[in-house]
Design a protein around this ligand. Structure first.
Ligand SMILES: CC(=O)SCCNC(=O)CCNC(=O)[C@H](O)C(C)(C)COP(=O)(O)OP(=O)(O)OC[C@H]1O[C@@H](n2cnc3c(N)ncnc32)[C@H](O)[C@@H]1OP(=O)(O)O
Ligand SMILES: CC(C)C(=O)C(=O)O
Length: 518
């Protein structure tokens, strides 16, 4: 069976989703899970984008082993230099460069002729080859590029030394037959095509990212690219869990497989959803809450008689456990640690002790502790550990209200280490809390989206709040968890505020860089 390589770009293209800002430790956590999932390459980020992006890519390259670490770059020397600095200590490093090849992008965005684009690409590939043996190059907007030019371009960059040629459908414009035919054409017409891998990278603007990726595989793609839960720019990228599960379920048709460990899919999906705040729709294939739920009588009857009647994938195959209840208030440290290991966490003894304490506290509030609760405990702990001293932190919260008026008093630790208390009224408890926090921070923040869901089930379930706020024209996400949903809401708001002020640091950096260049 043919093995197709997988490049995961959750941390680069996935993070390009509007309102998603992952911090360094969240990115590292996702990268570690991607290794468990068995992807071959992790696109860790775009180092030139900001000092924060650079540091996160560097940390992943330095610390995450078991997959090729990929750094993203435009076809410029400064971008290439910064990728080199960020990933030079990776176990296995690859640069991924790109330049657009479609008439519309070349003319309006790059303001270059096709020959100038080709020359730039060749020159920059040669420059990158000084640092990297493994150079991937993307012909951005290949889907709307002229085939003859694309073939000429591909031949030239292969001659210059690229090892992987990516053919992205950047704007999700292509139909599966067309996209597949493009791979066939390039593999047949480009004389040196046998020296490289061809890679597929699809966007979901017309809902065809997974179909197009599968069409590329049918037509000889050696590598596919995508993200967990299909997150990404605009409508997102191809959902890797869907592609891998389609190959597994229809191996009779594709005769192709990947190194992905399907049983890690559920955990990967939950982690990415939690850290990015991009909630997975219930009806999403493979990982949606309803993906294996049978509602109607005739289906339930069929399932009871024979699962195969309505179930083409067993939930266990993609990591949804059938045992819901795992631990209770009488459980000890051994069982607790074993369950965390089974969930894929590697924690120090000290971290296990802190988490165990939290677990015991939770058993006082909740009768049943399930895997989702454990993941929430570890997630909260990691969030706390990643908090920098110079961030806002909720210290105390008091709320009161009836149907007519709500008031809140908050005490917040400021980035300078001092504490500030404010009280405010609001249209409901959460509005009152947010007004009080605004008074503390004196920042002008607008709430754009608020979502709450329960972690687990029952009246004592933990509330998980995800919000999006607008600050200085940009969207930022925030999350918070607690058995008290008002407290969870306050934590989410403060988390978004912290992400916003960090990004503000990035803008300051860019302005300074531009002033220095100018
Ligand atoms: C298809 C994709 O997903 S591509 C990846 C998109 N991802 C991102 O853009 C996220 C990170 N981006 C950023 O942080 C910023 O855009 C930066 C730091 C990279 C650049 O910021 P700025 O210097 O302010 O430039 P800005 O983003 O406004 O414009 C992009 C510039 O890069 C040029 N450019 C675009 N693609 C390429 C390329 N592949 N190679 C060389 N130059 C390119 C554009 O023509 C434009 O140049 P110009 O300033 O001479 O007109
Ligand atoms: C692979 C790169 C250039 C990309 O993200 C795209 O084209 O969508």
């Amino acid at each position: 069976m043919r093995k197709v390589k997988v490049l995961d770009t959750t941390l680069r293209d996935g993070e390009q989703s509007a309102g998603v800002n992952l911090n360094e430790s969240e990115k590292k956590e996702i990268a570690k899970q991607l290794v468990r999932l068995g992807v071959d390459a992790i696109e860790a980020g775009f180092p030139i984008a900001s000092p924060g992006d650079f540091q996160a890519v560097k940390k992943i390259a330095d610390e995450v082993k078991g997959a090729t670490i990929v750094g993203f770059a435009r076809a410029t020397k400064t971008d290439i230099d910064s990728v080199y600095e960020a990933i030079k200590h990776a176990e296995d490093a690859r640069i991924h460069m790109f330049i657009a090849t479609s008439p519309i992008h070349m003319q309006y965005k790059l303001r270059k002729s096709p020959d100038e684009v080709l020359e730039t690409a060749v020159e920059m590939v040669k420059y990158a080859k000084r640092y990297f043996q493994n150079v991937q190059f993307s012909a951005e907007d290949a889907g709307r590029s002229e085939l003859e030019f694309l073939a000429r371009f591909t031949k030239a960059i292969i001659d210059a030394g690229v090892t992987i040629v990516n053919i992205p459908d950047t704007v999700g414009y292509m139909m599966p037959n067309e996209y597949g035919a493009m791979f066939k054409y390039l593999k047949e017409k480009v004389p040196n095509s046998d020296r490289v891998w061809f890679s597929a990278h699809c966007h979901d603007d017309l809902g065809l990212a997974v179909a197009n990726t599968l069409a590329a595989i049918e037509n000889g793609a050696d590598q596919i690219e995508g993200t967990i839960n299909g997150i990404g720019e605009r409508a997102g990228n191809a959902a890797l869990e869907e592609v891998a599960t389609a190959l597994y379920t229809r191996k009779d048709y594709f005769n192709a497989t990947t190194n992905m460990q399907l049983e890690q899919i559920a955990r990967s999906s939950k982690l990415v959803s939690k850290l990015t705040g991009m909630i997975v729709p219930g009806n999403k294939a493979i990982v949606g809450a309803n993906a294996f739920a049978h509602e109607s009588g005739i289906h339930q009857d069929g399932i009871l008689k024979e699962r195969l009647t309505y179930e083409i994938i067993r939930p266990e195959v993609v990591g949804f456990p059938s045992n819901k209840l795992v631990l209770g208030k009488h459980s000890g440290r051994h069982a607790f640690r074993e369950r965390l290991v089974a969930l894929g966490f590697t924690l120090t003894d000290e971290q296990v002790n802190v988490a165990f304490q939290k677990f015991k506290e939770l058993t006082m509030k909740k009768k049943e502790i399930i895997d989702d609760d454990l993941m929430m405990i570890i997630d909260e702990q990691q969030l706390k550990e990643s908090k920098k001293e110079e961030e806002y932190q909720l210290d105390y919260l008091h709320i009161a209200g009836d149907t007519a008026v709500s008031t809140a008093m908050v005490r917040v630790k400021l980035p300078n280490g001092e504490y500030k208390e404010e009280a405010a009224r609001g249209d409901g408890l959460i509005d009152a809390v947010y007004n009080a926090i605004d008074r503390v921070s004196e920042l002008t923040i607008h709430l754009k989206d608020y979502q709450i869901k329960s972690v687990g089930y029952g009246r004592d379930a933990v509330g998980s709040v995800h919000i999006k706020v607008e600050y200085q024209g940009e969207l930022f996400s925030g999350r918070g968890m607690s058995t008290n949903i008002v407290e969870a809401s306050a934590k989410a708001y403060i988390d978004a505020m912290n992400r916003a002020i960090h990004k503000k640091g990035r803008l300051d950096y860019l302005n300074v860089a531009q002033r220095e260049i100018g």
